[in-house]
Unconditional design. Sequence first.
Length: 277
Amino acid sequence: MLGKKKRRIWLPLAVLLAGTVVAALDARLAVRHYRLETARVSAPVRIALLTDLHSCDYGEGQAGLLKAVAAEGPDVVLLGGDIVDDDARMDPERAYTAASALAASWPTYYVSGNHEFWSGEADAIKTALEARGVTVLEGACVPVAVDGQTIRLCGVDDPAAGEAVWRAQLARAAAQADPDLFTILLTHRPERVEAYRGRGFDLILAGHAHGGQWRLPGVVNGLLAPDQGLFPPYAGGRYELEGGTLIVSRGLARESTRVPRVFNRPELVIIDVTPAC
């Protein structure tokens, strides 16, 4: 009788534990939405932000990722670095396949991440992406036409290009910011937030932190992130800065990570920029 009672107690606990583990290690692609209102646009602009793909596999022809992007119907696609990994086990063709398909359907822009530089092939990666129709930004700002209006998009390399190079690119981008146009900075590094403040960027988009790898939603936003350490302040999400908004993607990396993501699904980020009422 006592043995049966113990089984009745332990069986639900075992099921609960198994369910928690499955939920914690869920690596299905999530789509996260943000909305930003501004008087600097006259019509809605939808942005798809993809960061930290690390050449991961999203099915045949990267269909899982591409279908998710297509379902959101973006006006522009931004690739925020670490799209290609430096680990030889991660096939770069997966990243190129995704980039090629994205650029064939939407205006697509890219900035580098640290792993492209760590691979020793950053220039070759940029050339390969440009050959597939992707616009590479290295301290430049470009006009992007959406629904009869123009927004300004600026982008900088990762600091792994060299600290002086990165600072010069950021200064060059900030000098091209137009106070009359909604201006976006695409960068890989969220922890450099102090360098972005007050530079004329309405929206700053970054990745790199992988969501802090391990999360406890509602309690801990992230445990550990590169260049931020324990309990990173910019692990992922939306942050209001002086004169602008920072949005940090938790990234798309899955099998490339050395430790599994916990309560931290890879994500496609969608930002809707809408006219202020």
